[in-house]
Design a protein around this ligand. Structure first.
Ligand code: TPP
Ligand code: MG
Length: 685
């Protein structure tokens, strides 16, 4: 076949596979894949360095489909390029990542062609997308990650990391705030490894964007400081290729390509209409569209002769060669820089370096104590020195979160200092969380920080970190009413409950400085789960561990801190965070009155829930039903630990603005009140 002919056939294969899959599934989004097939073809087959034989090769170019509803683009191209599957142990499998059968079973149970791109479910997906805006925001994290990796690991003659990141997005992504936050930061940081292609089709679900979206997107991106290009015809692959070439030559700023396209391209009745967005075209319209493409009208899931070979000769050959060269380069690099090569190996497998936890502090007993955020600061500064690829930052609250790394040489990450370990996200919590995900997808170990109350602003990306099974770390300080005078706008109430509700997310609310250390020890060993650390603003007494149970109990999620004589309690006080020492005080009062009480410190529900039944029963003996839970947060959910006859001291309102002492009195967080609740349960009030 002549070159032009096979190119067109390859593009139309992407289109028709997408149409057929949506038609067969009776659901999905055909129009955008039909419009963007030429873009995806050009990117993959002509530009990207990606080896389908090894989709996790560290120096591959990254492709992010931020308009995740157009997932059939990705399934088509992963299939046509013969991309191979990788298992959870990072082993390359001989099997295809997405088979034609998966595409026939688009959106069905177990198919490797699900509704939206799912990282962890389908090899070759770089990040989960679907919630619009997340993909592009995450791609900024990938851009920062590449810069950081290049700075640390590249050496003269050894460009170990020189990959680019391509993200495709639509009107929805452009309207979402998170994309704006991320775009602003990407330009500030001069991420010239980052290219977004904007599918400017003027269509969203409710119809023409005249009803909602009339801003000048190009001017907006110019204002951010991006290199803005335009390709006026989404079918013009030479112009697309040219624009991508301009991107690759542009230094010092990211590139934004506005691509004018026609949703549902070629469908006689549906092109340029919202009807092409999210429903099957219909059998008749499919036939007519195929006729327009010069395709056999009744063929379904057709991959014409020569198409697989064409992709093999394009991205396949280029990717294989690039990976071979890189592998040779890396072997020579390993000989010359064995320590750095080992670091890269460890990062790729999400392992920790030897000695990662050396010098972690042990805090002496101290009734005045230290704030959770201050203990955290000490731990972070040690971990960041022990683990070269551990980095992070705050959304403009570094001085309050105490997350700034202050040791000699930690440095700030900026355009002209891409080796810095202190990231400055600005007041962009949502983008921060997506960027931390992007860093994690780049195999760095990253944290983001803000006040606990503003975790809401980051929640969609936190949820995705759990869905993607990424070991990202979210450090949230001012975890309760500790900054009392700021009042209800700054007092988290339902945040713990709502984060505990996210499957796979590990929350930890440590009760004193030594629990903070142990919480980090747990978190750092997570490889496939994100963690939220809720830390106090105010000092918490450092408990005397010669008297109380050891803080290493944090590793079990909950543990017996103080017990009744003979380990035979009649009432159990369960507390987290700042309420642990409060419960310990109440315990002393009860003991003085001859009541056999036990205190359980429960920094993490999730970790406790996965302990053996025997362990859980040893901490919360089923026979002891008099139980009091104390937590300066919504009472929601504590019933599961205190049972029907238990008592919960928590929040049922938004709090108030007043000094902390007064708030503690008003809302019942005082030792007497906890002791009184226990006595009432025992009928000894
Ligand atoms: C955060 C979020 N809000 C809403 C949706 C539902 N949704 C999916 S696609 C879409 C329209 C997107 O329009 P556009 O990005 O222009 O996509 P096109 O139809 O042009 O492909 C909407 C509202 C979503 N996926 N994510
Ligand atoms: Mg659109």
């Amino acid at each position: 076949m002549a070159d032009d002919k096979i190119v067109q056939t390859a593009i139309n294969t992407i289109r028709t596979l997408s149409m057929d899959a949506v038609q067969e599934a009776k659901s999905g989004h055909p129009g955008t894949p039909m419009a963007l097939a030429p873009l995806v073809y050009t990117l993959w087959n002509r530009v990207m360095r990606f080896d389908p034989q090894d989709p996790i090769w560290p120096n591959r170019d990254r492709f992010v489909l931020s308009n995740g509803h157009a997932s059939m683009l990705l399934w088509s191209v992963l299939h046509l390029t013969g991309t191979r599957a990788v298992n959870a142990d990072y082993e390359r499998m001989g099997l295809p990542s997405v088979s034609l059968d998966d595409i026939r079973r688009f959106r069905q149970l177990e198919s490797k062609a699900p509704g939206h791109p799912e990282y962890h479910w389908v090899s070759g997906v770089e990040t989960t997308t679907g919630p619009l805006g997340q993909g592009v925001a995450t791609s900024v994290g990938m851009g920062i990650g590449q810069k950081w990796l290049a700075n640390r690991y590249n050496r003269p003659g050894f460009a170990i990391f020189d990959y680019n990141i391509y993200a495709v997005c639509g009107d929805g992504c452009m309207m979402e705030g998170v994309a704006s936050e991320a775009a602003s930061l990407a330009a500030h940081l001069g991420l010239d490894n980052l290219c977004w292609v904007y599918d400017n089709n003027h269509i969203t679900i409710e119809g023409d964007t005249r009803t909602t979206f009339t801003e000048d997107v190009g001017t907006r991106f110019l204002g951010y400081g991006w290199n803005v290009l335009r390709v006026g015809d989404a079918n013009d692959i030479d112009r697309i290729q040219h624009a991508l070439g301009v991107f690759r030559k542009t230094k010092g700023r990211p590139t934004f390509i506005i691509l004018d396209s026609h949703i549902g391209y070629g469908a006689p009745h549906k092109q340029d209409t919202a009807a092409a967005h999210g429903e099957p075209l219909g059998e008749e319209e499919c036939r007519l569209t195929k006729r327009y493409y010069g395709w056999p009208e009744d063929a379904k899931f057709l991959v014409p002769d020569g198409v697989y070979e064409h992709f093999a000769a394009g991205v396949g050959a280029r990717g294989a060669q690039a990976r071979r060269q890189w592998t040779d380069l890396f072997a020579a690099y390993r000989a010359e820089y064995p320590e750095l090569a080992t670091e890269i190996d460890q990062m790729q497998r999400r392992e920790l370096p030897a000695g990662w936890d050396r010098n972690l502090p042990v805090f002496p007993a101290d009734p005045k104590g230290i704030a959770g955020r201050d203990a955290s600061s000490k731990v972070l500064n040690i971990l960041a020195q022990n683990i070269p690829w551990f980095l992070g930052g705050s959304a403009d609250l570094g001085p309050s979160n105490k997350t700034t790394l202050t040791y000699e040489g930690a440095g700030d990450f900026q355009a002209d200092s891409p080796g810095g370990k202190n990231l400055h996200f600005g007041i962009r919590e949502h983008a921060m969380a997506a960027i931390v995900n992007g860093l994690s997808l780049s195999k760095l170990r990253a944290f983001g920080a803000t006040f606990f109350i503003f975790s809401d602003y980051a929640r969609p990306a936190i949820r995705l970190s759990a869905l993607m099974e990424l070991p990202t770390i979210f450090i949230f300080t001012h975890d309760a009413m500790g900054d009392g005078e700021d009042g209800p706008t700054h007092q988290p109430v339902e945040h713990l409950a709502s984060l505990r509700a996210i499957p796979g997310l590990v929350t930890l609310r440590p009760g004193d400085a030594n629990e903070v250390v142990e919480a980090y020890r747990c978190i750092m060993q997570l490889r496939h789960e994100p963690a939220v650390l809720a830390l106090s603003r105010q000092p918490l007494p450092t408990l005397d561990r010669s008297k109380y149970g050891p803080a290493s109990g944090v590793a079990h999620g909950a543990y017996v801190l103080a017990d009744a004589p003979g380990g035979n309690p009649e009432v159990i006080l369960i507390a987290t965070g700042s309420e642990v020492s409060l419960a310990a005080q109440a315990h002393e009062e009860l003991v003085a009155e001859g009541i056999r009480s036990r205190v359980v410190s429960m920094p993490s529900w999730e970790i406790f829930d996965r302990q053996t039944q025997a362990y859980r029963d040893s901490v919360l003996p089923p026979g002891v039903t008099a139980r009091v839970a104390v937590e300066q947060a919504s009472t929601f959910g504590w019933e599961r630990y205190v049972g029907a006859s238990g008592h919960i001291i928590g929040m049922r309102t938004f709090g108030a603005s007043a000094p902390l002492k007064e708030l503690q009195r008003k809302f019942g967080f005082e030792p007497d009140r906890v002791a009184a609740a226990a006595k009432e349960l025992l009928g000894r009030a």
